[in-house]
Design a protein around this ligand. Structure first.
Ligand code: FPP
Length: 249
């Protein structure tokens, strides 16, 4: 399965941006009679392999939903374990990010992160800032409704100050106020664990994305699964509201 999928990928029609909802860590651990944190720790292996796969194949942007606004409501112990895992993973992986030319970015309400986590994150962002092979974006303390509301707030302020006119607001200007302003929209969204929801992730940016759901739990996801998702994406016809005939003419 692994080699076949990679071989069938057309390098000229790669998605530039792949977004992933990493789901199923808790259930995977529970199936094994372990604590949820065990699932998250194994989820890091999946992150590592997926990032490597994305770089290997030439995907320019990979955006991972690492912690949602709603995740703050999880048991305190799980939240702090996740934050610790984030800090330790980032510092351990900086070398590999540098070696692979990956730039790290983060989107979300980062001010909510514990100080140590915020600081660690900013350090790796600064250190990898000049890398140009791929951009890895972590959505942390992120929710799309929060992001859209923030954009609306900033636009309203700009209008009040007179730096923009309300009539100037169009989709292009609006997207400039989102945290993804410097990236193309994802052509492909992958969600693991068999759930088929968007869960408040990149609601604006996913407007025309192809959605790919796999029953595989996140800790078991590997680059071969990424390749399989991309191969499946390339078999789809993206019509953007047009007809097949229009696209093919
Ligand atoms: C979803 O599984 C996963 C998360 C909320 C956290 C994802 C975090 C990691 C993979 C580890 C750290 C990440 C990085 C980028 C270093 P879930 O807990 O919702 O699983 P469940 O649906 O089975 O309960």
């Amino acid at each position: 399965m692994t080699i076949d999928s990679k071989d069938t990928i057309d390098p000229l029609r790669l998605p530039q941006h792949v977004a992933i909802i990493m789901d199923g860590n808790g259930r995977w651990a529970k199936e094994k009679g372990k604590l949820r944190v065990f699932g998250h720790k194994n989820g890091v292996k999946a992150v590592r392999d997926t990032v490597e796969g994305a770089v290997e194949i030439g995907v320019k942007y990979l955006t991972l939903y690492a912690f949602s606004t709603e995740n703050w409501n999880r048991p305190k112990l799980e939240v702090s374990a996740l934050m610790e895992l984030l800090v330790s993973t980032l510092s351990k992986e900086t070398k590999t990010l540098m070696k692979n030319g990956v730039r790290l970015q983060a989107i979300g309400d980062l001010a909510q992160l514990p100080g140590r986590c915020y600081k660690g994150l900013q350090e790796v962002i600064a250190q990898t800032g000049n890398n140009t092979n791929s951009t890895l974006t972590l959505a942390l303390s992120y929710s799309a409704r929060w992001e859209i509301t923030e954009a609306a707030k900033q636009l309203a302020k700009a209008a009040l100050e007179g730096s923009i006119q309300p009539d100037e607001i169009d989709e292009k200007l609006f997207s400039q106020y989102l945290s993804t302003r410097d990236m193309p929209d994802p052509e492909l969204l992958i969600r693991t664990s068999g759930e088929q929801r968007i869960s408040n992730y990149l609601l604006w940016q996913l407007a025309y994305s192809e959605l790919y759901f796999t029953p595989k739990m996140w800790p078991e996801f590997r680059k071969a699964d990424l390749f399989e998702a991309i191969a499946a994406y390339q078999k789809r016809e993206r019509r953007f509201g047009m007809t097949s005939e229009q696209l093919n003419s």
